[in-house]
Ligand binder design. Sequence first.
Ligand SMILES: [Zn+2]
Length: 160
Amino acid sequence: MKEILYTTAVQVFDSENELTEPEQLLLVRAYEALSNAYVPYSGFHVGAAVLLANGAIESGANQENAAYPMCLCAERTALAVAAMRHPGIPVMSIAVRVRKKEGIISKPAGPCGACRQVLSEWEDRYNCNISVLLQGEKGVVFRIPNAKSLLPLSFDRSFL
Ligand SMILES: [Zn+2]
């Protein structure tokens, strides 16, 4: 028997002020996207913004539905917008912010498993790493240098 150990590097910053200017801007754009969330059921807003290799920033927000499995995540919404508006241009970074109806969220919330799978494929699709920035409404920021490290043993095209 042998054991395979997977590790995920998470860089922790006390606030967005410790990040680069482009990263701070991306977090602002993700925060702005929160207001476009459609969340009549959970009241949990998620905003995402992606930075593309051409310098463009696109954003998305979660879109809920009375048929719950139909809900769309902010991360995948932002990626779809980027793919439609900038065909063939890689995504370099994604920022995700969250807000709830009552109370302030001051810790980062990670993407769901489905979004981790899609981000992993996006890295394969464009052969690049996607830096992931996570922050609540305020406070600590997590930076994960590549999305694939958030989903060890992910399913990929090599199986098909
Ligand atoms: Zn998701």
